[in-house]
Design a protein around this ligand. Structure first.
Ligand SMILES: [Zn+2]
Length: 495
C-alpha cells in the first residue's frame, strides 16, 4: 500500500522536477573493412610493462588484434622518439611484411597506440548533476561520452539492477553504444547505512523513499545477505558492492560478521566484493571481512604505512577516485571548473548547475556540509595515503566515480583522474597500467582486453606523442577504436 502510494506520487511529482537534456552524438562507429585495419609505423604501449615498442605495424581484423610486427620503415619518420625509450625493435634492420591488400591504413608515426582505457569505478545509469537540479540519468549519453574519451571498458559499481539489466539487453540488441561493462546493481548496506542515509538526508519524502531503494539494499542478517547476493547473480551481476562508510558522519555502518556474510555469499558464487570506504578503520574492516577491492582510497584521515602493508598482504586492490574528492572540495570552495573535453561533450546548461553562482545559492544539508568540511581537512593526508599505498606495493587502479558523484562527468573525470594520480606521485606509465592491464586483470582472471597482444579484442586508443611522459590522454587523444571499429569522434561538429 505504501509502495503504491509512493509510485503514484512519484509519477506525478518526478517528471515535473527532473531535468532532461539533449546531447550531441559525440561518436559514430564506422564500418570495419573486411581486409582489416593497419596502424602503420606506430609506437606501441602494450601495457604488458611500462616500456614501448617503436615503429610497429598493428593489424586488426574481425574485431581482434591479429599481429604486431616491426614496420621496417623507421627512416623518414619524425624524430619524436624520446631518448632512453626502451625499444623492442632492432634499429631499422627488420624487413617489413607487406600490408594486407585492401586494408585500411592509419598512419601512426609520432603517435602511440595503447589499449582503450578502463574506468574501474563508473555508474552508467547514474548522473553527476547536483541535488538542486535533479536530472534523468542518460545512459545513451554516458556510454558515448565514455567512448569519446577513449574509455572502452567500465566497471559499474552501483546502479539500479533493473536499469542495468535493461541496458545489457539494449547492448545485446545493438541499441546502445558504449563501453563494455560489468555491473553490481545496488550497493548492499546495513539497515539505515550509507547510501540510504545520505539519500534520506538530501531529499524530501516521497523522493527519499523511492531513491533509497534505487541506490541501496539494506540488510540486517546473514539471510538478507544471502538473498541480496543471489538476486544479483540471477540478474547477471558480475560483482557485489558494499558500503562501509558514514555519510552523513555518524550513520550506521556494517559490523564485521554481517559484512563477512555478504562476502561469503558472493565468493561462494565466484563474485568479487568491492567496497565504498571512507576511513582507515573502515578500510581495515572491509579488508578483514574479505573484500577484494576498495573503490575509493581512504579520503577521511590518515592511512598508515602499517594499514597499507596489511592491505597489500591481503591482496586488496584500490581504485583511488581522487577526482571525486577533488571536485567536491573545489565545488565547496567555489573554484570548480569543467575541463576542456567536458565542455566539448556537455551542453552549457548541463554544467551550469555546478557553477559557483549556483553552488552559493543552493546549500546542501547540514550533514553533507559537515562531511565536505571533514574531506577538506584531510586534503593533504590523501596525497600521503596514496604514497603509503604505493610504498606498500598495493595494486592501484584508476577509477573516476563517473556519473556517481558531484560533477564527475563520464569519461572526462577519468582523464582528469589520470592527471591527479600523477600529481599524487605515481609515475605516468604506472598510472596508464592502472587504467588498462591492471584493471583488466581485476575484472577477469584471463581478460581479452586491457593489453595490445595478438588475439586480444581491438579496443584501442591512438594518441599523439608518448603518453608515458605525463598520462595526459585528454590532450593527446586522436582516435578511438572499439571492437575493431574506428569511432568517428567528429559527430559533435555543428553542435
Ligand atoms: Zn561511485
Amino acid at each position: 500500500m505504501r509502495r503504491a502510494a509512493i509510485l503514484l506520487l512519484s509519477a506525478v511529482l518526478m517528471p515535473a522536477c527532473l531535468a532532461h537534456y539533449t546531447y550531441p552524438d559525440l561518436v559514430r562507429p564506422l564500418a570495419a573493412p573486411a581486409a582489416g585495419t593497419v596502424f602503420h609505423d606506430v609506437r606501441v604501449f602494450a601495457a604488458t610493462s611500462t616500456s614501448t615498442l617503436e615503429h610497429q605495424d598493428v593489424l586488426v581484423r574481425d574485431g581482434r588484434i591479429v599481429s604486431i610486427t616491426p614496420s621496417g620503415t623507421p627512416s623518414g619518420t619524425p624524430s619524436g622518439t624520446p631518448s632512453g625509450t626502451p625499444s623492442g625493435t632492432p634499429s631499422g634492420t627488420t624487413s617489413s611484411a607487406p600490408l594486407p591488400q585492401g586494408a585500411q591504413v592509419i598512419e601512426g608515426s609520432g603517435k602511440t597506440l595503447m589499449p582503450g582505457l578502463i574506468d574501474f569505478h563508473g555508474h552508467l545509469t547514474g548522473t553527476a548533476a547536483p541535488p538542486w537540479k535533479l536530472t534523468w540519468p542518460d545512459p545513451d549519453h554516458t556510454g558515448r561520452a565514455y567512448l569519446y574519451c577513449g574509455v572502452t571498458t567500465v566497471y559499474d559499481v552501483a546502479g539500479d539492477l533493473d536499469e542495468l539489466v535493461t541496458l545489457r539487453k539494449r547492448e545485446a540488441a545493438g541499441e546502445w553504444l558504449g563501453p563494455r561493462f560489468t555491473y553490481s546493481g545496488q550497493m548492499v548496506t546495513i539497515k539505515g547505512g550509507y547510501p540510504a542515509s545520505m539519500v534520506r538526508d538530501l531529499f524530501w519524502w516521497p523522493l527519499s523513499a523511492i531513491a533509497s531503494g534505487h541506490f541501496a539494499s539494506e540488510v540486517s542478517d546473514a539471510a538478507d545477505a544471502e538473498r541480496e547476493v543471489a538476486l544479483r547473480q540471477k540478474a547477471g551481476a558480475h560483482h557485489v558492492k558494499v558500503a562501509v562508510a558514514q555519510i552523513p558522519l555518524g550513520s550506521p555502518v556494517f559490523d564485521e560478521p554481517l559484512l563477512r556474510s555478504v562476502v561469503t555469499a558472493a565468493h561462494a558464487r565466484g563474485m568479487k566484493v568491492v567496497a565504498h570506504i571512507d576511513t582507515q578503520e573502515h578500510a581495515l574492516l572491509a579488508a578483514r571481512a574479505g573484500v577484494d577491492v576498495l573503490v575509493h582510497l581512504v579520503q577521511l584521515g590518515p592511512l598508515s604505512p602499517e594499514t597499507a602493508k596489511e592491505l597489500a598482504e591481503r591482496h586488496v586492490s584500490v581504485a583511488l577516485t581522487l577526482v571525486a574528492f577533488d571536485r567536491m572540495e573545489r565545488i565547496d570552495e567555489l573554484r570548480y571548473e569543467p575541463t576542456a573535453i567536458e565542455r566539448e561533450m556537455n551542453p552549457p546548461e548541463v554544467l551550469e548547475p555546478w557553477s559557483a553562482e549556483n553552488v552559493r545559492q543552493n546549500k546542501v544539508s547540514k550533514g553533507m556540509q559537515e562531511w565536505v568540511k571533514a574531506l577538506e581537512a584531510s586534503h593533504a593526508l590523501r596525497l600521503q595515503n596514496v604514497r603509503n599505498l604505493m610504498d606498500a606495493g598495493v595494486n592501484i587502479v584508476a577509477g573516476s566515480d563517473g556519473e556517481g558523484s558531484a560533477a564527475t562527468w563520464a569519461g572526462g573525470a577519468l582523464l582528469e583522474e589520470l592527471l591527479l594520480m600523477v600529481k599524487a606521485g605515481i609515475p605516468p606509465a604506472e598510472v596508464l597500467l592502472g587504467a588498462t592491464s591492471r584493471a583488466a586483470r581485476l575484472i577477469e582472471a584471463e581478460p581479452d582486453f586491457g593489453t595490445i597482444e595478438a588475439g586480444k579484442r581491438a579496443d584501442l586508443l591512438l594518441v599523439k606523442g608518448d603518453p608515458r611522459e605525463d598520462a595526459d590522454v585528454a590532450a593527446r587523444i586522436e582516435l578511438v577504436m572499439q571492437g575493431g571499429r574506428v569511432l568517428d569522434r567528429k559527430a559533435l561538429a555543428g553542435h
